[in-house]
Design a protein around this ligand. Sequence first.
Ligand SMILES: *Cc1c(COP(=O)(O)O)cnc(C)c1O
Length: 394
Amino acid sequence: MAVMDFLDEELKTLDAEGRRITLRVLGGAQEPVSVVDGKRVVNLTSNNYLAFTNHPKVKEAAKAAIDRYGVGTAAVRSIIGTMDIHLALEERLARFKGTEAALVFQSGFATNVALCQSLMTSDKDLLVSDELNHASIIDGARLAKSARKVYRHKDMRHLEEILSSPEARAARRRLVVTDGVFSMDGDIAPLPAIQDLADRYDAFVMVDDAHASGVLGKNGAGTPSHFGLTARTQIQIGTLSKAVAAIGGYVAGSRALRDYLVSTARPFLFSSSHPPSVTATCLAVLDILETEPEHMKRLWANADAFRKGLKALGFDTGLSETPIIPVMVGDTQKAKKMSALLFEEGVFALAIGFPTVGKGKERLRTIVSAGHTPADLDKALAAFSKAGKAIGLI
Ligand SMILES: *Cc1c(COP(=O)(O)O)cnc(C)c1O
């Protein structure tokens, strides 16, 4: 047997468990209606919340940055990979989030890993995490040197039980980390209760607003803004890869937090910085976010209309209270079948099975965009009605 033959075995296992991923291919820009695998479909699958991925003003800004700064930095931030435009974006993000300072990383994933690893450096520390937090927080916690505890999803009694335990009280530092909007269910973290408990038990809070930035709060500033907690929440994480339509992640918080991470965060120190066109894209999107509230308004109108439409057809949309709207199916094969039927009807919605979600919680996940027209959403609802009946869900 050849030394790499184990890969064929592993692939067979993935096939047997229905976990093999095949890549779908966009034949053009990411748009509310996109060409996917050669077919034009209403796209209910991307995180392009505000339809900025192909926005003319944003593309112009990226092109102008290439002319002025070139295409790449060829260095990490801490050596010679920091351009003035990188600092301009960080100042702008701090203002946007209502914090003293911000620091950009290569991705939201890298940001979460960096924060957990840099802040939780001893087995005397304790990281406390919601069970449905994003994979990048789970991996960050694995790289942290601290103890970890997981509380049941949004269960504040369980969180208090953990924070009030002798082990937590004896810890050197206590970090409570939560998604702001949960990526599979589209529900919002109870941030006021989390912050109250953290304050009571001398913990600090990190909220990952990957799905809330550009979606919730003032001009899309996220869940702390949404709940009026900006001055209290110690650490805000955002992504530049979803509503902001480029790539990257950032942390917003105190000046001391930024200064500390600049000297310690391993993804910051050992991985190169963003091309300036990416940075210019983000600045252009922030300009639009702060001057054109109609995009967010349309996003929420579309989300509310689509959720209402699905419910009227008899679907269970789970815990959704944001533009992330699951359609609960309860079986991986059925969810896949329904996704395929929808695709035939010109609608793309992703099937999500175990282990990404728990057994019995298999679903289609839909994400509407500000760019969907009423006709797009009507077409999607008609397709859901037909496909849902075909698999006996409604
Ligand atoms: C998407 C996502 C990330 C990762 O962000 P990227 O910028 O795509 O790396 C982190 N956290 C949450 C909650 C996410 O949904």
